[in-house]
Design a protein around this ligand. Structure first.
Ligand code: PMP
Length: 360
């Protein structure tokens, strides 16, 4: 059986080279006589693998020494609550940009712990662009500013940051490691792993030191960044297999040119796919403002939605899987994270073109 081109939004495709390496270690890892899943997280071999994963991530992202890197559980969703709980010592109010489905969820959870000031809101238009920062209603007394630089469902992205002294908290779940970023400009970065990092089950949090250590007494300890930092993310049993595999992906990224190389391939992939969509004479369209088109998640709709079922059935049969758009949006979506190369884009465009010719 051959592997498909997997356009899933997450859990998503993993680099084949990584999966093959993991396969060779499945029965016996690191001379342990057992797999990595079967040994103690407190043993030297796992501790060493965990520390190397952290160091590789630090190298890849250029994470400054005054930031903690945490490997947590609970998914990115847990951070929707953990951020207000850890940061509300700075004030009872926080600024949130509402630019898509995931920022909406982050706002709903934050409202349970802080007063939320929504600095922009594109829900009415169905999340098709990100308002210019000059139109954001930032508040002077906010504890922090929360943004979602890439909205996975609508495929809406922005790569600039608001000009603010407040800590910027960013949900990078679907864009982390897709290109270089300047970590020193952020207070907290968080991301679920199941897109550009590894399997589901581990959540990366990168947090500046001065934001750690002021957690409320009456909230769950596992959400306290200090508890997790002081224990090297091992206050309780971590998701060892996901951590190990994330480490393999980091090593793969380093060996393949790091985030700079990913950025150039990702840009080329996205330009090629959007270019094809835009040149399809309206057969396919992408509804997002050009400046805010995501490199990672490319939604597109067919002019005749009556063809959706046939498109999905035939693309699946052609080995192009998971192209169905999110149920809240409909249409199609191609998620094209780091593990998918240009060959996947070429195969998708070939298919889209022959489907167009057959159905025009
Ligand atoms: N934020 C973004 C941008 C996402 O894409 C997702 C999941 N697709 C989440 C948050 C939620 O992540 P999790 O399922 O890991 O909680």
């Amino acid at each position: 059986m051959s592997r498909i081109f997997n356009f899933s939004a997450g859990p998503a495709a993993l680099p084949e080279a990584v999966l093959k390496e993991v396969q060779t270690e499945m029965l016996e890892w690191n001379g342990a006589g057992a797999s990595v899943m079967e040994v103690s997280h407190r043993g030297k071999p796992f501790m060493a693998a965990a520390a190397k994963a952290e160091q590789d991530l630090r190298d890849l992202m250029g994470i400054p020494d005054n930031y903690k890197v945490l490997f947590l559980q609970g998914g990115a969703t847990s951070q929707f609550s953990a951020i207000p709980l850890n940061l509300r010592f700075l004030g009872g109010k926080a600024d949130y940009a509402h630019t898509g489905h995931w920022s909406k969820k982050a706002i709903a959870d934050a409202k349970r712990f802080v007063e939320v000031n929504t600095v922009c809101d594109t829900s009415e238009e169905g999340y098709k662009h990100v308002p210019d920062v000059s139109d954001w209603t930032l508040s002077d007394d906010a504890a922090y500013v929360h943004i979602t630089p890439n909205e996975t469902i609508a495929g809406v992205e922005f790569d600039w940051l608001p000009d603010t002294e407040k800590p910027i908290c960013a949900d990078l779940s679907s864009t982390i490691l897709s290109r270089p970023i300047d970590v020193s400009k952020y207070g907290v970065i968080y991301a679920g792993a199941q897109k550009n990092i590894g399997p589901a089950g581990i959540t990366i949090v990168i947090v500046r030191d001065d934001l750690v250590g002021n957690f409320p007494d009456d909230a769950p300890r596992l959400m306290d960044y200090k508890v997790m930092a002081d224990s090297d993310s091992m206050n309780n049993t971590p998701p060892t297999f996901a951590w190990y595999l994330a480490g393999k992906v980091f090593a793969w990224l380093k060996a393949n040119g790091g985030v700079e190389a990913m950025a150039s391939i990702n840009r080329e992939k996205a330009e090629k796919l959007y270019g094809y969509i835009d040149a399809s004479d309206g057969f396919y369209t992408n509804p997002v403002a050009v400046a805010n088109r995501s490199w990672m998640n490319v939604p597109f709709i067919l002019a005749d939605s009556g063809l959706d079922a046939a498109f999905l059935e035939q693309s699946h049969a052609a080995g192009l899987h998971a192209l169905k758009g999110h149920r809240s949006v409909g249409g199609m979506r191609a998620s094209i994270y780091n593990a998918l190369g240009l060959d996947a884009i070429d195969a998708l465009i070939d298919f889209m073109d022959s489907f167009k010719s057959a159905n025009q």
